[in-house]
Design a protein around this ligand. Structure first.
Ligand SMILES: Nc1ncnc2c1ncn2[C@@H]1O[C@H](COP(=O)(O)OP(=O)(O)OP(=O)(O)O)[C@@H](O)[C@H]1O
Length: 257
């Protein structure tokens, strides 16, 4: 699969992180993170379990306080922001969680309407319907509109979860292990969807994954978290062109060498 040729604006960082540190007691998880996410870019974050990828996402979305450093998201200093500004900022960020976080007792339509009705109260019924239909078309699942989540496959649930975040037209997408638990063909379809979202919605995304096929297919740039810092950054081939024993096993395991 060829990655879409989406223009990336390197003069415009939608997320700018400088010298970020975060510890829990004596455990120094993030030890001086520097990272920019550029407008239009898919940035893949790799790292072993427990290296702090989720902590990083939680800090970016204001769910966790940082200890030291500077984190700017869409022009807001996340450490100096009111609760109201933070709520408004979060609407501009789409989260795709591992478990898709759908409401089991609601149809696909109701699941998609929910964030819209909660965040944009003055929409007409017709506008809500159009938004639901547009976003379902974008994820290729128009036919599921009246189904319950329990009737969908894992891959379809993942798509509906992504549709539910897209319905608010986010500027930034944060994907937490988007292909975890899916079969290889569905993984490739989700990778393609991530690229379609980048193209169609003009989003800038951080994709956390252990899946190097996902990294290779979706990432314009790869950043690898090692010992609390992004010590390797670049294209997929640049990051893995190394004999570093902290890096090589990732590649060898994923591609069975
Ligand atoms: N609220 C918290 N209180 C104490 N320790 C925490 C807290 N949140 C995270 N940690 C610790 O920080 C470390 C990094 O956790 P994090 O969930 O970010 O890892 P991760 O890189 O996302 O791992 P995985 O790939 O397994 O999801 C872990 O050792 C975890 O136990």
């Amino acid at each position: 699969m060829n990655k879409a040729n989406v223009p990336i604006d390197k003069s415009n960082a939608v997320i700018r992180i400088k010298g970020l540190k975060k510890s829990f007691g004596d455990y120094h998880v993030l030890r001086g993170i520097d990272l920019d996410l550029y407008q239009g870019e898919n940035l893949v974050v790799l790292g072993r379990s427990g290296t702090g990828k989720s902590v990083l996402i939680k800090i970016i979305s204001g769910l966790l306080k940082l200890d030291e450093g500077q984190v700017d998201v869409l022009g807001h200093d996340i450490n100096n922001i009111t609760e109201r500004e933070l709520r408004e900022l979060r609407v501009r960020i789409g989260f795709s969680f591992q478990n898709s976080a759908l409401y089991d007792s609601m149809t696909v339509r109701k699941n998609l309407e929910f964030p819209l009705v909660r965040n944009k109260r003055n929409l007409t019924k017709g506008e809500v319907n159009t938004a639901v239909e547009t976003v379902l078309d974008a994820v290729g699942l128009s036919q599921t509109i009246n189904q319950m989540p329990s009737e969908l496959s894992g891959g379809q649930r993942k798509r509906i979860g992504i549709a539910r975040t897209l319905i608010l037209n986010p500027e930034i997408m944060l994907y937490d292990e988007p292909t975890a638990g899916l079969d290889p063909i569905t993984c490739i379809e989700i990778n393609e969807l991530i690229n379609e979202v980048q193209e169609r919605y003009n989003t800038s995304s951080i994709i956390i994954t252990h899946d190097l096929t996902c990294a290779k297919q979706t990432g314009d740039r790869i950043a690898m978290l090692l010992d609390g810092q992004f010590q390797r950054q670049g294209t997929f081939d640049e990051v893995f062109d190394t004999n570093d024993e902290r890096v090589k096993p990732f590649f060898d395991y994923n591609f069975i060498k």
